[in-house]
Design a protein around this ligand. Structure first.
Ligand code: GLN
Length: 272
């Protein structure tokens, strides 16, 4: 495992020893504490091949979650692969804001625009068993992953998918709360993102156009014209976009604008 950690360090992986142990845990089916207790320093013969394959993938900056096939988000387990953005801990702030702004009334409907893996929608529906919702996702591959995650959490009766562009979706009028983690990276920045993100997260989930704000302009316009008046909207944003997104929302006539930071202290959510 020490040799593997050295290779991961060479490849620029931030916590190489921890990741080597996690990969060994995946290959062996043992927990990381079992591995430490057993003093496993080298891969046993029967695991050498699978461990080596995983180390090679991680050296190529394949996200750990893609190698494991799952990602943890909001204390839940999601299938994660190249079809959608790997769920990020930062996005948990979107779920927390939604839980605060969602009224206590029964039978409410939420919409998650650009649902990707489905992690935001599913985390909300698991936490609020009285609520139903729709993930709107134009990307067919991402929608197929969301469908698998909905089935994994046995939410078929409360979670629907609309595989179409946001503007073509016909459900806007029955939404009681809208959330979205849209693409918000400026196009020119994409090439300089970490290889883990640049090579393995879908570009369509990242690229927010020349100024990174295309999706917010579209969402604000749709919210203004199609939602019932007073419906809360909650958007994940980039760390430097709070001012711009507030301006877009207020220009679209949305009021009571607020924001929250992620655990790293960066602006991460804006609502109205
Ligand atoms: N937060 C993501 C990243 O760090 C970007 C997600 C997005 O554009 N919605 O790459």
């Amino acid at each position: 495992m020490a040799a593997a950690a050295g290779r991961l360090r060479q490849a620029g992986i931030e916590a190489p020893q921890r990741e080597a142990r996690l990969l060994m845990s995946l290959a062996s089916g043992l927990t990381t504490s079992q591995l430490i207790l057993r003093g496993h320093l080298a891969a046993p013969d029967d695991l050498r091949e699978s461990f080596e394959r995983m180390v090679r993938q991680r050296e190529a900056c394949v996200p750990f979650q893609h190698i494991a096939g799952t990602a943890s988000f909001f204390g839940l387990d999601f299938i994660s692969d190249a079809r959608a953005l790997v769920p990020r801990a930062d996005s948990e702030v979107v779920v927390e804001a939604a839980l605060r702004l969602l009224p206590e009334a029964p039978g409410l409907e939420i919409a998650d625009l650009g649902t990707g893996s489905g992690c935001l929608l599913i985390a909300l529906l698991v936490t609020r068993p009285d609520v139903s919702g729709t993930g709107v996702e134009a990307d067919v591959a991402a929608a197929s992953l969301a469908a698998e995650n909905i089935a994994r959490h046995a939410l078929e009766s409360r979670a629907r998918l609309a595989v179409q562009p946001w503007a073509e979706w016909s459900g806007w009028g029955s939404v009681d709360l809208l959330i979205s983690n849209p693409p918000y990276i400026r196009s020119e920045v994409i090439a300089s993102l970490d290889p883990e993100v640049r090579l393995h997260d879908p570009e369509v989930a990242l690229d927010g156009g020349a100024d990174g704000l295309d999706a917010y302009r579209e969402l604000a316009g749709l919210a203004q014209t199609r939602l019932k008046p007073g419906t809360p909207v909650i958007f994940e944003i980039g760390y430097d976009q709070q001012g711009d997104v507030r301006a877009i929302l207020s220009a679209a006539g949305l009021t009571d604008i607020g924001s929250a930071k992620d655990l790293g202290g960066n602006d991460r959510v804006v609502w109205a």
